[in-house]
Design a protein around this ligand. Structure first.
Ligand SMILES: C[S@@+](CC[C@H](N)C(=O)[O-])C[C@H]1O[C@@H](n2cnc3c(N)ncnc32)[C@H](O)[C@@H]1O
Length: 285
């Protein structure tokens, strides 16, 4: 594949993702992974982490004895993944067109990575590639944000973020229910290299990062350029699509997956606007 075909959008966010979301998202995903997937596999099963990002999950699973390969379209994300999981294999490729031999006992994709796939045809292409990379009876698990959930929570307000001594970041999600597309905007603020750390402000920022003060922190972050006028601000938007549960199920069936189940992170088959949807399916013989 030529490199311009790959999904490189995360290259600019990679350094920050590696030290913030990477570890945190990995912790969030372990419980559903264990319950829905790992409990059904042999202890040394071959796993593919599709859209593996900075590889913290790859490393955690490799430590548990699984043979894990990570695939991602971002060279910079994989640079950190290789550092985080030095024993694992990594593949730089696009999820929409990768080709791997049918070696894997299971493929998984976490943290709503497949919401970045912007059309149903492209989602089917991802599913086709996953299907081809699985052994007979192999399992595929992934989570997605769905339209009702995005309509409720993606309203253009700062939803996540952190303030450190010399950098800050925030994420603002936005969704258009009519065309079922949206984006989240990542804003990154960086202090000038030579700036002296202001101890008073540093202590306030540390306090603001307490989970008790989340609402206040997000408020401060929504106007952070007023707090730190010398800090350099950059931002990037990541496009996403809200795929409905029904169209995802039908796309999975169309490429040959069977035994499709959908549930929340807590195992509830009723998917509501407060939960994302976890899809589990099988490549039957
Ligand atoms: C939200 S991050 C999730 C990373 C990791 N799974 C985690 O849970 O922390 C989304 C990842 O998907 C990757 N990605 C998105 N679309 C892709 C595509 N079409 N092909 C390959 N990678 C893709 C991005 O490069 C990024 O690393």
């Amino acid at each position: 594949m030529v490199l311009s075909d790959r999904y490189a959008e995360y290259d600019t966010w990679a350094w920050l993702y590696n030290q913030t979301m990477g570890g945190q998202y990995c912790q969030n995903q372990l419980r559903p992974l264990e319950r829905l997937l790992l409990s059904k596999l042999a202890p040394n099963a071959k796993l593919l982490d599709l859209c593996c990002g900075t590889g913290q999950l790859v490393e955690m699973l490799a430590q548990q004895g699984y043979q894990v390969t990570g695939l991602d379209g971002s060279e910079a994300m994989l640079h950190y993944a290789q550092q985080n999981a030095p024993q694992a294999q990594f593949v730089l490729a696009d999820a929409r067109s990768f080709q791997l031999p049918p070696l894997f006992d299971a493929v998984f994709s976490t943290s709503a990575s497949l919401n970045h796939i912007m059309t149903l045809d492209n989602l089917k292409a991802v599913f086709q590639s996953v299907h081809a990379s699985l052994q007979s009876n192999g399992l595929f698990l992934f989570d997605l944000n769905h339209p009702a959930q995005m309509e409720k929570w993606w309203g253009g307000q700062v939803a996540e973020g952190e303030i450190a001594v010399n950098y800050a970041w925030s994420i603002t999600p936005m969704y258009d229910a009519i065309d079922r597309t949206g984006y989240f905007q990542v804003a990154i603020f960086q202090a000038p290299q030579a700036e002296q750390i202001n101890l008073f402000k540093g202590s306030i920022y540390r306090l603001l990062n307490l989970s008790l003060l989340t609402r206040l922190r997000l408020k401060v972050l929504s106007q952070f350029q007023n707090w730190e006028q010398n800090w350099q601000r950059s931002s990037i938007r990541y496009s996403v699509r809200g795929h409905t549960v029904e169209e995802v199920e039908s796309a999975l069936k169309s490429v040959g997956f069977t035994e499709i189940s959908v549930q929340t992170i807590d195992g509830d088959p009723a998917i509501d606007a407060n939960h994302s949807a976890y899809f589990l399916c099988c490549k039957s013989t």
